[in-house]
Design a protein around this ligand. Structure first.
Ligand code: ADP
Ligand code: MG
Ligand code: MG
Length: 209
């Protein structure tokens, strides 16, 4: 993954969360405060804008900038969580390198998930971003270990993220606003897990042959 592909991924993620704003908002209205779509559309639109003509030489810097922008622009739980994740991805990539190979990218995504878990304290099954991110990372790592190229690894990660997001529906939330509802949070798909799927799907889309 080089600078251009990293920028293309983040732009595609911005387009996707913007297109799905109403859907994400509906999901968050059911178990939260109904702002997830607007939060992410605003945040990723700002990311896309800050990357325009960014003149990046290192691929890691693209993700660090994206993360810092999300932290600055998005209030609520998801801004710091996604922001910290992207910043961790960027910092885990080889410093100054113009591009990252698949093993670098897998390591960096791992650092991103670790950052989310450290900041938010969510365990798998708590009905959060982690429930899509973790299976996506597992699938990505498995594909890479099996010799897959990026398009295949990304497609596999996106599929796993989608399954993970759908599997949050019956769960009772134990983190974030939805946890205030207790068992009434069951029966609705988690908005953050859903946006994580959109972000991995965006990577699959921009790398698809
Ligand atoms: P807020 O809940 O502050 O309004 P958003 O609506 O933008 O923020 O984001 C809500 C999403 O954030 C949830 O659907 C959930 O996936 C995710 N989330 C909340 N708390 C955590 C946490 N501690 N760890 C991981 N993800 C979390
Ligand atoms: Mg919300
Ligand atoms: Mg909110």
């Amino acid at each position: 993954m080089d600078v251009a592909l990293a920028v293309a991924w983040l732009r595609a993620a911005a387009a996707s969360v913007t297109a799905e704003t109403d859907q994400l908002t509906r999901l968050d209205a059911a178990i939260g405060d109904g702002d997830h779509g607007v939060n992410l559309a605003r945040g990723f639109t700002a990311v896309a804008a800050t990357l325009d003509g960014g003149g990046f030489t290192a691929v890691g810097d693209v993700f660090v900038r994206a993360g810092a922008t999300l932290i600055a622009k998005v209030g609520g739980a998801s801004g710091p969580l996604y922001g910290t994740a992207f910043r961790a991805v960027g910092k885990a990539l080889p410093p100054g390198a113009a591009s990252a190979d698949l093993a670098d990218l897998a390591t960096a995504l791992h650092a991103g998930l670790d950052a989310v878990r450290k900041l938010g304290g969510a365990e798998p099954g708590d009905k959060t971003i982690v429930d899509a991110f973790r299976p996506a990372l597992d699938a990505f790592e498995e594909a890479v270990a099996g010799g897959a190229a990026l398009p295949e690894a990304a497609a596999s990660a996106a599929r796993a993220a989608g399954e993970g997001a759908r599997a949050t529906a019956p769960l009772t939330a134990r983190k974030g606003r939805a946890s205030y509802l207790g068992e009434r949070s069951a029966g609705h798909q988690d908005p953050g897990a859903t946006s994580t799927w959109l972000i991995f799907q965006a990577l699959a889309d921009v790398t698809a042959p």
